[in-house]
Write a protein that binds this ligand. Sequence first.
Ligand code: DX5
Ligand code: ZN
Length: 225
Amino acid sequence: MTTPTIKLAPSILAADFARLGEQVREAEAAGADRIHVDVMDGHFVPNLSMGPAVVKSLRPVTRLPLEVHLMIEAPDRYAEPFIKAGGDRVIVHAELGDAARRAFAAIKRLGAKAGVVINPETPLAAAEEYLPNVDLLLIMTVHPGFGGQAFIRETLEKVREARALLDRVKPEMDLEVDGGIEPETAWEAVGAGARVLVAGSAVFGAREGVAAAMERLRTAAEAAR
Ligand code: DX5
Ligand code: ZN
């Protein structure tokens, strides 16, 4: 078998919160590369999710990196508590401008990793100034706020554009997509150049179970390479 080149980042937003630790362990056993933690504040997105206490509880449960996707208006205020709780990488929305810049400065000061994320309607140019200071570029393939939405195909063009840009300026950087990823859209996203797939419903909502669902995603994704 060839070495897998696609990384899977299951999003616990779709997990059964009553069995969260168990679900994370299942994802780890099934070969997840990292765990994606979706944080929402009811302002930047119209939904609420989880805070640093969840990251703190998960930290001793898994050896996988915990990546914290901050869908909040004040990432500069909350990056630190998430890192102190055990978050390995904090992903910040470029749309926030100065608050994003302050958040990246705080993340760097605390020695954690950083990622930059852009919404479906945000041009790639909005993320460019942050690229030298981050090791991950995340392209939202749905409007953030809820799991279980349909993949927005128009974002594939931006994934292609991002792939071309990174190949030129920072080829080792992770290019990740988030939202509506199931086997078919995984294949499309990887074909466009994505190498890390966030998936919530397709992993934790699958009737076939976490391991089988991840295997199907991986097979579809690797077929596009
Ligand atoms: C959306 C979140 C996603 C979400 C993806 O606001 O950022 O990470 O959990 O869920 P699915 O895979 O169900 O689209
Ligand atoms: Zn997310």
